[in-house]
Design a protein around this ligand. Structure first.
Ligand code: UDP
Length: 323
């Protein structure tokens, strides 16, 4: 089997690419390296280019004869999407359409898509299952909501078979420290907490007056290695069944920011300096996934998504980063 991995030099894409290679799947990574890292592509050939470039896609698809596409090539910053929605619609919708059109033209039937918990917006209930209404509250979530709709419509009209995964809080790094999370600038909680542990410079806890156990936000952290495995299982499932699916991917456990800092102090063996700060706009109080569907249908079993293991792998990466 041969898979085109768009955005395979990025955080989740690089882990999925490596996981696929370990299963004997041949991969080609297409990444423009706008946020990705050349060093993150440990397996398969890297093609540096833009997934919105139809001529490039035509050449690549004609030459490689892919069986499937896994698409991780998206912009993911909520705040940036509010300030610059055009960038998000251009990349996450317009370029996605180019990729889907090329897939249809080259008869690549199977498509695995990175979606997000942000498609649900402000939760009406938790844990959030696949039937929860999708009412995004920011442009990032909306672009992914549109992406899901495009997949459904392309499925009905052109026979595209897809699997969309709504990630909750992707976290952790490869246990062997070869690849890991490297966003620039880093906005995510766990790397920021671990940097504070390393540098002694206080990080900020955004919001202390939420309706949660201790007033800080509750999130569901899921290990990137477990996400990678889900992509492989999801691809196999839609290929065998020839039908499209959507899954929420999380550990189904929620931790507050303050609980996470405490656990990080245990893992790192030191004090983590932090300041209590204002809420960050657009943050729901609590996000927790119902992962029953992925467990039951895909046989997905998160193996490294307990918070201690996530933080242990992330601490190892933070101390020995390769890029
Ligand atoms: N957060 C925080 N300080 C930071 C970064 C994040 O308190 O420096 C909080 C943020 O408000 C949210 C949680 O940590 O409640 C997870 O944020 P992150 O940006 O990692 O992921 P998101 O939930 O936005 O996908």
């Amino acid at each position: 089997m041969k898979v085109l991995v768009t955005g395979g030099a990025g955080y989740i894409g690089s882990h999925a690419n490596r996981f696929l290679a370990r299963q004997g799947v041949e991969t080609v990574v297409l990444d423009d390296l706008s946020n990705g890292h050349r060093e993150a592509v440990t397996d398969g050939r890297l093609v540096v280019g833009d997934m919105g470039d139809r001529a490039l896609l035509d050449d690549l698809m004609a030459a490689e004869k892919f069986d499937a596409i896994m698409d991780f090539a998206a912009f993911i910053e909520v705040g940036e999407s509010v300030e610059n929605p055009a960038k998000y619609y251009e990349n996450n919708v317009v370029k996605l359409k180019t990729l889907l059109d090329a897939a249809v033209a080259h008869d690549i039937r199977y498509f695995v898509f990175s979606s997000t918990a942000a498609v649900f917006g402000e939760p009406r209930y938790v844990p959030i299952d696949e039937d929860h209404p999708r009412e995004p509250i920011n442009p990032y979530g909306m672009t992914k909501r549109v992406g899901e709709a495009m997949l459904a419509d392309y499925g009905r009209a052109y026979g595209l078979v897809s699997c969309a995964f709504r990630y909750f809080n992707a976290a952790g790094d490869a246990p062997d420290g070869i690849i890991g999370e490297a966003h620039e600038p880093e906005s995510h909680l766990i790397p920021r907490v671990l940097r504070a542990a390393k540098n002694g410079v206080a990080m900020k806890v955004f919001g202390t007056d939420y309706d949660t156990r201790d007033g800080s936000c509750v999130r569901d952290y899921v290990h990137v290695e477990d996400l990678a495995e889900a992509h492989y299982l999801g691809l196999r499932y839609i290929m065998e069944r020839n039908g499209s699916e959507q899954f929420n991917l999380g550990s189904s456990e929620g931790f507050t920011v303050l609980e996470l800092i405490k656990e990080a102090e245990r893992v790192t063996g030191g004090k983590i300096p932090y300041e209590l700060a204002e809420r960050r706009p657009g943050d729901p109080a609590t996000l927790i996934a119902a992962n029953k569907k992925a467990r039951e249908i895909l046989g997905w079993e998160p193996k490294r998504s307990d918070l201690g293991t996530i933080l242990k792998d992330a601490w190892n990466w933070e101390q020995n980063r390769k890029y």
